[in-house]
Design a protein around this ligand. Sequence first.
Ligand code: PA5
Length: 333
Amino acid sequence: MSEMRDLIATFPEQLRWAAGLVTPSIPPAESAIVAGMGGSGIAGDVAAVVAEAASRRVTVHKAYGLPRWVAGDLVVAVSHSGNTEETLSGVQAAAAVGAPWVAVTTGGRLQGKAVAAGAPVVAIPFSPQPRAAFGYLAGAVLRVLEAAGVLPSQAGALEEAADVVASALAGPAHEAAAAIAGRLAGRVTVIYGGTGLGAVAANRWKTQMNENGKAPAYWSSLPELDHNEIVGWTASPQLGRDSIGVVFLHDGADHPRVALRARLTGELIAPVVAIAGEVSSVGSGMLARLLSLTIVGDLVSVELAERAGVDPVPVAIIEDLKKRLTDQPGGSG
Ligand code: PA5
C-alpha cells in the first residue's frame, strides 16, 4: 500500500478527532470568511456549503488580503503549513481593519502571528501533505465556526461522515475507484457535479487528480455548464472520445432539474466524449454525502498515480514555486 493510501485510510479517524475537538474561546460572529489556499482552502469550501444548508453565511477567500467588506465577519485563517503567503496576507488585512481572526494550522508563521496578536489557535495534527489532512482541516474549521455561533453543532455530522467514509473505505469506494480509474487512464479527467455540495466534491476530485495523479483535470458544475461547456465538446469529437474522460457526481439532494440535466447532458455528450463513470453520494447529512463523493475521487487519484508510475505524495513543483516566490521582493508573506 502506498503512503497516500495509508493517509487516506486515516480520514475517518481525522473526522472523529474533529468531532471531539475542544476549541479555545472563539469570538462570536454572525458570519465568517475562511481564508486559505489549496489543500487547506478546500476546508472553507466545505464550511460554505454546510453553512448554506443551515441558512448561515460563510464566504471562502482564496486570494491575497480579504474582501473589502470584511468588518464584522470572523476571519478563519486555515493553513496546514502556516506559511502560505496569501493566507498570511489575509490575517494582516484582518488586523488592519480590526476584524477578529482565528488560526487553524499545524504551526509556522501563522501560529506565530496568532500568538503575538492574542488570536485563538486551533492546532491540527501534522500530515505529510495538506490534502491528506482534509478531515482535520475541514473538521477543525467546522468546529471553530460552531464555537463562534456561525454554525450549529457539528460533532454529530462529523461522526456520521466518519462512519460513511469508513464504510466506503471498507470496499465500495475502492471498487468504484478502480473501475473509474481504468476508464480514465491516459485521459484528461473532467468532473461534473451539481450545485453546492457537488461543485465542492468536483473541485476536490480535480485537485486530487492534479496533485496525487500529477495529471491535468478540470471540473464544472450543473446547471451552469449546460449554458456553455456542453457546446465545447462538439467541434472536435475525436478529441473528446480519445482524450477526455467525464465523471458525473450525483447527490440525492440535487435540485430535480439539476438531476434531470445531468442525465440529459450525459446522453447528449456521450457520442462526443468518453463518459468514465458516475458516483452517487451516500449518507444522510450534507457533510457525510459530500465526503462519500470525495473519498472515491481521492482513491481514483491514487490509482491513476500508481498506473502512471508516479508517487502521489510529493508536489515538487509547488514547493519550487513557493521557494521562487519567497526569494523575490515582497515574498515574506
Ligand atoms: O496541496 C498542497 O500542497 C497545496 O495545495 C497547499 O495546500 C497550498 O499551497 C497551501 O499551503 P498550506 O495548506 O500549507 O496553507
